[in-house]
Design a protein around this ligand. Structure first.
Ligand code: ZN
Ligand code: ZN
Length: 346
């Protein structure tokens, strides 16, 4: 048997003893060491994301190989290897998966059974998972499991920034300075962009400047569209990344964009309030609007390298670390708006 933190009802998470997974002959048994609590799990806990309960959350996970199935390539995988797990919700077989777009998987399902667990869910809030090596990525340096658990969120931002096709020296706006906005900022600075961050919270704006933001805008005190135009000699930005789930900001971003600009809608919307926009403006300015969600195997590989080789240091975003037994406290802390990421140590 093993311990898992299980969502049992809305607003309830309990430690339960459940059957420990047994790896199949082509699987690895991973002893999880850390799992970060994503906004997705916070929404499950709050009843915003509807899932069939009971449910085991957690998809930002890192651990250690504890058992190797007899058919697994032992030249590549060794007992004690430190790893992260990813993309358990993609099928690996559909049109998109086979074209390297696992994040767009046709059978993407948060609520399937994964990792040999007897309860549905993403599985990270448990002690062990049995998974295919295809879902396992090696940590390459001495970074902590807590840092490594941020591979998944960083991989989603890698995917987003690549969809933005940002060039050296581009004027880029990031709307929102939560952890996702901040990770955009860090990656965009690595791309030598000039990054303008729009964020109403004073502390977060200060932190954005510390982390390399070239300009910051307080959208409560100044008109962000006017400010972006002013900062870009009237042109508007070459790319606008939206990490704030407010529909009106999606409209605003169209006016922030310059000619040939790209708008990348990173956040999801709850509620999903439709907005109006001027098709003529899109036409005349030749603006591209695109969404981004999830990530692919290639993004995971890039993300674990960025973290392992310390090209990106997200340690400032770890707002708290709690033991699995303290899962209630961990969820409560994770939901507090002033916190970035809270991690469960397993
Ligand atoms: Zn996540
Ligand atoms: Zn698929």
């Amino acid at each position: 048997m093993m311990k898992a933190a299980v969502f049992t009802h809305i607003g309830q998470i309990e430690i339960e003893d459940i059957q420990k997974p047994v790896p199949k002959s082509d699987e690895l048994l991973i002893h999880l060491k850390a799992c970060a609590i994503c906004t997705w799990e916070q929404r499950v806990y709050q009843g915003v994301n509807k899932v069939e309960l009971p449910f085991i959350g957690g998809h930002e996970m890192a651990g250690i190989i504890e058992e190797i199935g007899p058919e697994v390539d032992t030249c590549k995988w060794h007992l004690g290897d430190r790893v992260v797990i990813g993309l358990l919700n993609s099928c690996g077989k559909c049109h998109y998966c086979l074209n390297g777009q696992q994040g767009a998987c046709e059978n993407f399902d948060h609520s399937k059974f994964v990792g040999g667990l007897p309860i549905r869910g993403m599985g990270g809030f448990s002690e062990y998972l049995a998974v295919s090596p295809n879902n396992v990525f090696k940590i390459k340096g001495d970074i902590s499991f807590e840092i490594a658990s941020l591979t998944e969120p960083l991989s989603c931002v890698v995917h987003s920034v690549e969809r933005g096709e940002v060039n050296f020296g581009s004027d880029v706006v990031v709307i929102g300075a939560g952890i996702m906005g901040m990770l955009h900022l860090l990656l965009l600075k690595r791309k030598s962009a000039r990054v303008i961050v729009s964020e109403p919270d004073d502390e977060r704006r200060k932190l954005a400047v510390q982390l390399g933001a070239d300009e910051v805008i307080d959208p409560l005190k100044e008109d962000p569209v006017e400010k972006v135009r002013l900062l870009t000699d009237g042109r508007g930005a070459e790319a606008v990344f939206i990490t704030t789930p407010l529909s009106r900001i999606a409209t605003q971003s169209i006016y922030m964009s310059g000619k040939l600009g790209k708008i990348i809608i990173y956040s999801s919307y709850h509620p999903d309030v439709p907005v109006e926009f001027s098709p003529n403006l899109i036409h005349k300015k030749m603006i591209s609007i695109t969404g981004t969600a999830n990530s692919n195997i290639s993004d995971f590989e890039k993300s674990i390298r960025l973290l392992s080789y310390k090209q990106i240091d997200p340690s400032i975003f770890i707002s708290g670390v709690y033991e699995l037994a303290e899962c209630k406290k961990a969820l409560t802390e994770a939901i507090k708006p002033e916190n970035f990421r809270v991690i469960m140590r397993i």
